[in-house]
Write a new protein. Structure first.
Length: 202
C-alpha cells in the first residue's frame, strides 16, 4: 500500500507542531508538580531536556574546579554552581560553574554578566560543545570553557556572536588557562591529580 492510498487524500502527512516552552512555562510546571523540584532538566532553545545523571568523575572534577575558584575569589567574583542562568525567554541552561560579579545574585545574572561559564563533560561533550555553545554565544556569554573530564583538555570559547564563538581553542592539561575577565587567575588542569580515562569509564 502506498502512502497516498493509506491516507486517502493524496496529501503527505505532516509532523505535529512542536511547542517551544518558556522559562515561565517551566516554572509553572514545577509549581504544579509536573516537573519535580530539583529534577535534572534544562530549557534549551524552547525544549525541556532531561540531562543524564552525573557520574562520579563529573562530580569529582566539578568539585575540584569549583574549589579552586572559591579559594581564589577574594571579593572579586562569586562562584555559582548548577544554577538557572536565564539567557532568554526560551533559554535557561544550568551551567556546572559560573563566575559572576560578587555583588550580583545568581538569579540576577544574564549571559553578558557572566565572567566565565564552565561545563564539565563526561557523557555530555557533544551537547556542551555544539548546542550549549551556540546558546551561550548567541546570548553574550563572553567566555565559555568545556572541560573534557575524560581526555583532560579544556575547550576555550571566546568572542561570542550570533553565529557562535569566533575563537575556540583546545588547551592541554599541563598548560595554564587564564580567564580574560579575571586576570591573575590561572588554572592548570594537571594539578588536580586526575588520570586519563579510557573507554566507558566515568
Amino acid at each position: 500500500m502506498n502512502i497516498h492510498s493509506k491516507f486517502g487524500s493524496g496529501r503527505q502527512p505532516t509532523e505535529p507542531e512542536r511547542r517551544r516552552f518558556t522559562v515561565d512555562d517551566v516554572r509553572a510546571m514545577v509549581r504544579a508538580g509536573i516537573i519535580a523540584e530539583g529534577e535534572n532538566v534544562e530549557l534549551i532553545d524552547g525544549e525541556i531536556i532531561t540531562m543524564a545523571a552525573k557520574s562520579p568523575r563529573h562530580d569529582d572534577m566539578k568539585a575540584a574546579v569549583a574549589d579552586f575558584f572559591s579559594d581564589s575569589r577574594g571579593r572579586a567574583f562569586r562562584v555559582a554552581q548548577e544554577f538557572a542562568l536565564r539567557l532568554a525567554d526560551h533559554w535557561e541552561p544550568e551551567p556546572d560553574i559560573a563566575l559572576i560579579p560578587f555583588d550580583m545574585r545568581p538569579s540576577q545574572a544574564r549571559g553578558p554578566d557572566a565572567l566565565l561559564v564552565v561545563e564539565v563533560a563526561v557523557s555530555s561533550l557533544s551537547i556542551d560543545l555544539d548546542v550549549k555553545a551556540a546558546g551561550y554565544a548567541a546570548y553574550g556569554v563572553r567566555e565559555y570553557w568545556v572541560i573534557d573530564a575524560k581526555r583532560l583538555v579544556t575547550h576555550v570559547h571566546r568572542e561570542p556572536g550570533p553565529d557562535g564563538y569566533a575563537s575556540v581553542i583546545e588547551v592541554a592539561a599541563d598548560v595554564e588557562i587564564e580567564p580574560m575577565l579575571i586576570r591573575g587567575l590561572r588554572l592548570r588542569l594537571s594539578e588536580f591529580g586526575f588520570d586519563l580515562l579510557e573507554g566507558d569509564e566515568a
